[in-house]
Design a binder for this molecule. Structure first.
Ligand code: 13P
Length: 261
């Protein structure tokens, strides 16, 4: 039996305050009539986190609050940074870590990714750890090795108790924002491989229960086919999460797959 899906919207660095407020309210209102199995997480820019937590904290809320980044440090003299403890005090429940854009533009290494995950876990926030290969790496056939190293140098350092509270998102860099999606077979192949890595380190039960998502040009049209793959537990959505109707269609794809299984 398939687990309920998880659909996470990563807004990246988009929307001004009014636009962010409108989009959050629109998604909230449109989801009001649903009785969702699928878990939905909105990750707007950090500065708008409270707009999401305000709604996510309500009893009938249909989504959780997430953010896109956190400091690797505890509180203190780290100008411009935001700590996991601060996020937890605002009821932020999820945080993306190690996104390829952060690895590329902000020098985030596997070591930093691990530190951030540990800060989040210490504050009861679910890390969504991103991994994935570049186009060159895929073309040269080293994509499995690249992802294995990313997992081994971060996830493999967690205790089983920490792993239980962690999610993984596979996002091939060549599919991010390009309109070129991994084929359902490519997504399935890599997600099954990641699950086998979790099984090797943490055992079968953990491998089965761990949420592993696909991200990269996932949209209203292709979500159903992607989510129908055995090992695809949901999606990390960039561009298509910026329009309420598209995002909701992706959530509906999650619902459809869940009900059919
Ligand atoms: P797109 O859905 O815009 O390709 O972005 C994917 C992504 O990077 C989500 O984190």
């Amino acid at each position: 039996m398939m687990k309920p899906k998880i659909v996470i919207g990563n807004w990246k660095m988009n929307k001004n305050f009014d636009e962010a407020e409108n989009l959050i309210c629109e998604i909230g209102e449109k989801l009001e009539n649903y009785n969702l199995e699928t878990e939905v997480v909105l990750c707007p820019p950090l500065v708008y986190a409270e707009l999401v937590t305000d709604i996510a904290d309500q009893d009938n809320a249909q989504f959780y609050a997430g953010v896109q980044n956190v400091s690797e440090y505890e509180n203190g003299a780290y100008t411009g940074e935001v700590s996991a403890e601060m996020l937890a005090s605002m009821n932020v429940a999820f945080c993306i870590v190690g996104h390829s854009e952060r690895r590329k533009y902000f020098g985030e290494t596997n070591d930093i990714v691990l530190k951030k995950m540990l800060r989040l876990l210490a504050n009861d926030i679910v890390p969504v750890m991103c991994c994935g290969e570049s186009l060159d790496e895929r073309k040269s056939g080293s994509h499995f090795d690249v992802v294995k190293k990313q997992i081994e140098e971060s996830i493999y350092n967690l205790t089983p108790e920490q792993m239980e509270r962690t999610m993984i998102a596979y996002e091939p860099i060549w599919a991010i924002g390009t309109g070129e999606t991994a084929t359902p077979a490519q997504a399935q192949e890599m997600l099954a491989f990641i699950r086998s890595l979790i099984e090797k380190k943490f055992g079968t039960e953990m491998a089965v229960s761990t949420y592993i998502l696909y991200g990269g040009s996932c949209n209203a049209k292709n979500a159903l086919e992607l989510f129908s793959q055995q090992d695809v537990d949901g999606g990390l959505i960039g561009g298509a999460s910026l329009k309420a109707d598209d995002f909701i269609k992706i959530i509906e794809a999650g619902e459809t797959v869940c009900k059919d299984n």
